[in-house]
Design a protein around this ligand. Structure first.
Ligand SMILES: Cc1cc2nc3c(=O)[nH]c(=O)nc-3n(C[C@H](O)[C@H](O)[C@H](O)COP(=O)(O)OP(=O)(O)OC[C@H]3O[C@@H](n4cnc5c(N)ncnc54)[C@H](O)[C@@H]3O)c2cc1C
Length: 366
């Protein structure tokens, strides 16, 4: 898919809160066509090569904890060998895939497919696109359940079916996979044309791990991707939200990337602990607001793309902030019905219903 189509230079809808059209920064003197400023051109990607009703058998090659310290949440880095399946070497960083757990659900129906983000670059963990990784978090919760014959509900431990199945798999175990899926949450065809603001919470870090390797680290020796890869020198900022410092994922790996690439900055944002300066814990959009001076130029720059991945609802605070600070033009379209209301007074419901993100703001929340 090429999202960067040429359009006539007649529309300036910026004042209406819509996409800005203007002469492209790298438009040549002879060119008579114009492109939407900053719109990313995304690669064509394969999707649904393996359907949920006929999953392919892949094999687990590794399964390790990937949280920084001791924590009450359990998140693992699971590597899966796709060799011999139609998905081998056919996925992109940022895409997801499906897992079909064996057996039946709590209502006796065959288990349905669940989606998981690919945490690897396009060349996979092995450099040849045969092995990819994902980052499942064990779903452990409590529900009020009324058992048959009883009138009163009682609290009952619920272990998420697929996440716990994935986290329990051992190297060598088979796993039924589907996909890949997703054609919007991708790095652009030419990454050097953009700067990147990545916002993650929890397992939302998974696609960014793959993208960071793709932008900065590059394929390992012997990978066929080595010939075409060049390091991306663009500005890359990652805000990683977690409740506690010990819940950070892939922390050392990301820290190492930040230490060796001065165009990349890693900002862990902790919500339930006091900050080093004594301030209260905060969420990623609150961190962004507190440091807005450092991010403002970037957010106004037509090169910039925002990617948001993680907890459903995390985009609401970002949307409110961008609109309240007059920084939404590139990233949001705002319905007329709320344009006269100050953005910091928008309800969550109004944002969900009346604010849409543009192609320069990619959202993957679940
Ligand atoms: C695009 C996309 C990417 C994703 N990427 C990731 C990722 O990288 N990592 C990750 O961890 N997750 C990811 N997810 C979420 C993932 O797909 C699953 O939703 C998650 O792992 C929970 O699935 P589960 O089978 O463990 O839970 P389920 O068994 O499906 O349980 C889900 C909920 O159902 C209810 N429930 C379950 N059993 C019972 C019962 N016996 N009685 C009553 N209620 C019950 C509970 O409310 C429970 O919280 C992603 C989702 C999407 C859409």
């Amino acid at each position: 898919m090429n999202a960067c189509k040429s359009r006539p230079f007649s529309i300036d809808q910026a004042s209406a809160g819509a996409t800005i059209y203007a002469r492209h920064a790298y438009d040549t003197a002879v060119s008579t066509t114009l492109e939407i400023v900053g719109e990313p051109s995304l690669p064509e990607v394969k999707m649904h090569l393996v359907a949920p009703n006929a999953p392919a058998t892949a094999r687990v090659t590794a399964n390790d904890l990937c949280i920084k310290g001791r924590s009450s949440s359990y998140v693992r880095h699971v590597c899966i060998d796709l060799a011999g399946t139609p998905m081998a070497a056919q996925f992109h960083a940022g895409q997801s895939f499906g897992v079909v757990p064996p057996g039946n659900d709590h209502q006796g129906r065959p288990n349905k497919v669940r989606l998981y983000s690919i945490a690897s670059p396009t060349w996979g963990e092995d450099g040849h696109g045969q092995i990819f990784a994902t980052t499942p978090k064990r779903l452990i919760s409590e529900e009020m359940i009324t058992t048959p014959g009883e009138t009163q509900a009682h609290p009952q431990l619920i272990l998420g079916m697929c996440s716990n199945y994935l986290c329990d798999l051992k190297p060598g175990d088979p796993v039924q996979v589907t996909g890949p899926s997703g054609k919007r949450f991708l790095l652009p065809t030419d990454p050097s044309k953009h700067d990147y603001l990545f916002l993650a919470t929890g397992t939302g870090i998974a696609p960014f791990r793959g993208m960071l390797q793709e932008l900065l680290a590059g394929p390992p020796a012997g990978s066929p991707w080595q010939k075409s890869w060049t390091r991306c020198g663009s500005r890359v900022e990652l805000l990683m939200g977690a409740p506690y410092n010990t819940d950070l994922l892939y922390d050392q790996e990301i820290q190492d990337l930040a230490n060796s690439h001065n165009n990349f900055h890693y900002h862990p944002v902790i919500s339930r602990e006091r900050r080093a300066d004594g301030g209260k814990g905060e969420y990623v959009h609150q961190f962004l607001e507190r440091h807005l001076d450092a991010f403002k130029d970037m957010l106004q720059n037509p090169r910039t793309l925002i990617y948001v991945c993680g907890l459903a609802g995390m985009q609401i605070g970002l949307f409110r902030l961008l609109a309240a600070k007059g920084l939404s033009a590139h990233y949001l379209t705002i319905d007329e019905s709320i344009r006269d209301i100050p953005a910091d007074q928008w309800s969550d419901e109004q944002i969900k219903r009346r604010v849409r993100h543009t192609h320069r703001c990619m959202i993957e929340v679940y």
